[in-house]
Write a protein that binds this ligand. Structure first.
Ligand code: PLP
Ligand code: COI
Length: 361
């Protein structure tokens, strides 16, 4: 593949870094470096470099800004107890990025080049990996069409970039349960659409429904299927799990991957972890009616959402046009918190990594 040229980048001082890392928030601060590579039809990937973080110069006609031929990934690097740094399942992000690219008629970033780019950035900016409780370095690989051309067609030129952002909790209130609004006016994804890939347009199309959720007094939108408005799909940018029963006998249900929801890497990891802890997990359709009735008769004891940014977030209140209900007593459930602790322990290297999920940089 194309070699990655590592430039000498300007670096902020230790004091400037410490000031940011003391309270990084989410997605507000960026490290000293970034990776940029350019693709040209006929030439392939050219000019891959690790360079100083800074503005891009784009022609006003840049195709990706007009037609959203643009995809992204999100993964995290975790400070390990031995002082090293590890990313979590980056191969899965590389694979999903490749699927997203294919769906948007974009060129593939070779699997190894994706991993090399992420590693190079983490390695160059490892001093930016925060070490506070639940702090991480959030990594954002992305690709967009950059042809200066207003015709609607797959571009012939693309930029692939990786940037990094030191991160604390995604939800500023911490592990407080979120309240959710069942969206009936808007949908996130329809059969044959782009719901199962991570493309920019999915997120633009979600914002108004999220605003509606907030106007209804909720924290997050929950998406239903586009056809019957009956099956629960996702919560905002996170996958959902439902706990049936309690204690050692508790079982989990998570919506099956019908093609209209994103196959989350946290979702897949939790399926594995939950089964290891002795809790059966079923991937199947789960309706709003089953959720509501289950909460009413006590069979559905917990609900939580999961994703890279916020890990696991309990769901408390549910609001919708056909009435509101509260899951359990509205507090984080025991299995929710056990799974959360277990996954964080793996990611932060506090328990043995029996699946080879950690990738040392
Ligand atoms: N669903 C959507 C729509 C997302 O954007 C994300 C985040 O990437 C997820 C689910 C969770 O996926 P992952 O666990 O891979 O972060
Ligand atoms: C997630 O990690 O769960 C996300 O949805 C990331 C978000 C910032 C797009």
């Amino acid at each position: 593949g194309v070699p990655l040229v590592v430039e000498d980048v300007p670096r902020r001082s230790a004091a400037e870094r410490a000031a940011v890392l003391a309270d990084p928030g989410f997605g507000r601060h960026f490290t000293d470096s970034m990776v940029v590579a350019r693709y040209r039809a006929g030439e392939g990937w050219v000019d891959a470099r690790l360079t100083g973080y800074g503005p891009l110069q784009l022609d006003p006609s840049t195709a990706g800004l007009h037609y959203a031929q643009s995809i992204f990934e999100g993964l995290k690097a975790y400070a390990q107890p031995d002082g090293s740094v590890a990313t979590f399942r980056p191969e899965s992000n590389a694979a999903r990025f490749a699927r997203s690219a294919a769906r948007l008629a974009m060129p593939a970033v070779p699997h190894d080049a994706f991993l090399t780019a992420v590693d190079a950035l983490v390695d160059a900016d490892r001093e930016w990996v925060p070490t506070g409780p639940d702090q991480t370095l959030y990594l954002r690989p992305y690709m967009m069409a950059v042809d200066p051309f207003l015709g609607v067609r797959p571009a012939s030129e693309y930029l692939f970039l990786v940037i990094a952002s030191p991160a604390g909790a995604y939800f500023p209130r911490g592990v407080q349960p979120v309240s959710v609004y069942l969206s009936e006016d808007y949908i996130r994804a329809a059969p044959g659409g782009t719901g199962d890939v991570k493309c920019a347009g999915n997120y633009a199309a979600s914002l108004l429904a999220q605003e509606q959720a907030i106007a209804a007094g909720c924290d997050q939108v929950v998406w239903l299927d586009a056809v019957e408005k009956r099956w629960v799909e996702e919560m905002g940018g996170m996958n959902l799990f439902f706990v049936l029963g309690s204690g050692a006998d508790a079982e989990l249900v998570t919506p099956e991957l019908t093609g209209t929801l994103l196959p989350g890497i946290t979702r897949e990891s939790l399926i594995t972890v939950a089964r290891e802890l002795g809790h059966p997990v079923t991937e199947r359709k789960f309706s709003v009616d089953e959720w509501r009735a289950g909460v009413a008769d006590g069979t559905v004891t917990e609900t939580f959402a999961c994703g890279t940014a916020a890990v696991i977030t309990p769901v408390g209140e549910v609001k919708g046009r056909t009435g509101d209900f509260t899951v359990g007593n509205g507090e984080p459930g025991p299995l929710t918190m056990e799974l959360r602790a277990r996954l964080l322990d793996v990611q932060h290297g506090r328990v043995p990594d029996t699946h080879g999920w950690l990738h040392r940089v």
